[in-house]
Design a protein around this ligand. Structure first.
Ligand SMILES: NC(=O)c1ccc[n+]([C@@H]2O[C@H](COP(=O)([O-])OP(=O)(O)OC[C@H]3O[C@@H](n4cnc5c(N)ncnc54)[C@H](O)[C@@H]3O)[C@@H](O)[C@H]2O)c1
Ligand SMILES: [Zn+2]
Length: 356
């Protein structure tokens, strides 16, 4: 069942129908440990958790990913008398993975965590790489730690109950992985739109395996985020600004979808990306029901201002991870992984991708 196990990071199990084997996997990876499950209230209601251990819950949603919830969860562990021989099983979307991972990273200076991602975004993105965090009033993921899970257990059957919006949101990251890192995967996605949208278990199993392998390969090469890991930020410079400017009425996946198309078009304009790439990327995203244009209501000045203040950019210059062609990043070790873009090019490209 193990799909990916190499030095430096946790084994990732991906198999449709795997959840019932969670007790055996937990016993194997967390031997003799006292377990607590952390899940949001929605996941705890929808998914039958096959472990006979305390289940600590919190209200579903990003608003719970904060230090207050972290306090409540750690207080509950203390009240349960959990000691250094304990471990956390995080079952849920990216919010749960980040929050429960941060609880595990900090409880008694760190106890092991096993991640059971249940949203598509968590399966292909958040559960790989060991980042954990909570949000603060001044921004997302402001307080956190790196804490690698002992294992990641993914059951694509769990996607059946995920909302349509959350499912499509996750697909934006899958397209990102293909577009930047693997042309064959991009073509594979394009050829299997109907079974993907139907969440066919075997198709989703293959999609998740490939995305996990692509992300894991990058994270392994660059665990500390000084080099090629910025490639995973493709589409996200514009996406983060779009999320902020729309007051988070655009979901992360929708913003990433628009960001991917506009950043690809920017690459074409700069002569870095082969022509028609933005059209190809946009066509696939549209087939997945994702938006590819910037809403009319968005102020271009504000959008650009937000991009310049993105914490990933140095000194007000906007830098983006571009592709040379579908499946191949433009940046490399010698040239740097990202390209600095001027405000005029940014503005002209963004204007060309205004919605109606
Ligand atoms: N650590 C990382 O590397 C990393 C990477 C990307 C994103 N993230 C974080 O992930 C978070 C977003 O993750 P998300 O989109 O999964 O949000 P989420 O955890 O809030 O899940 C979205 C919704 O889906 C529900 N849900 C999850 N699985 C379900 C299932 N199988 N059936 C029915 N409902 C289900 C949840 O209850 C929630 O209401 C953000 O906080 C983001 O910062 C972290
Ligand atoms: Zn993302």
């Amino acid at each position: 069942v193990t799909l990916h196990h190499s030095s430096g990071h946790a084994p990732v199990y991906v198999e449709a129908g795997l959840l019932p084997r969670l007790p055996a996997l937990a016993a194997h990876h967390l031997p003799r440990r006292k377990l607590a499950v952390i899940a949001d209230d929605r996941v705890a209601r929808v998914i039958t958790i096959p472990l006979d251990v305390p289940i600590l819950t919190f209200p579903a949603g990003e608003a719970s990913k904060n230090r207050a919830t972290w306090s409540q969860l750690t207080d509950q562990l203390i009240a349960l008398g959990f000691g250094r021989d304990s471990a956390i099983v995080a079952i849920g979307g990216g919010v749960t993975g980040d929050l429960a991972g941060f609880v595990a990273a900090t409880y008694l200076r760190g106890v092991p965590v096993l991640q059971v991602p249940t949203s598509l975004l968590a399966m292909i993105d958040a559960s790989v790489g060991g980042k954990t965090a909570v949000d603060t009033a001044s921004g997302k993921n402001m307080v956190g730690a790196y804490h690698q899970p002992v294992a990641v257990v993914i059951d694509p059957l769990l996607l059946q109950s995920l909302s349509e919006a959350d499912f499509r949101s996750g697909l934006a990251e899958a397209v990102k992985h293909g577009a930047l890192l693997d042309g064959a995967h991009f073509s594979w996605l394009s050829s299997l739109v109907p079974p993907i949208l139907a969440r066919d278990p075997k198709t989703m199993e293959a999609l998740i395996r490939r995305s996990v392998a692509l992300k894991a390969a990058i994270v392994e090469r660059d665990e500390t985020e000084t080099g090629c890991r910025v490639l995973l930020n493709a589409g996200h410079t514009i996406a983060h600004a779009l999320e902020a400017v729309t007051d988070y009425t655009l979901s992360h996946g929708e913003a990433v979808s628009i960001g991917l198309v506009v950043e690809t078009a920017l690459g074409e304009r700069l002569g870095i990306t082969t022509r028609q790439s933005a059209t190809l990327v946009g066509d696939l995203l549209k087939q997945f029901g994702l938006p590819t244009t910037i809403p009319r209501s968005v102020s271009m000045d504000r959008l650009i201002e937000l991009m310049r203040s993105d914490k990933k950019n140095r000194a007000g210059a906007v830098r983006v991870a571009l592709m040379a062609r579908i499946g191949e990043p433009a940046g490399n070790d010698e040239r740097g992984w990202t390209t600095e873009v001027g405000e005029r090019d940014l503005r002209a490209t963004a204007e060309a991708y205004r919605g109606t």
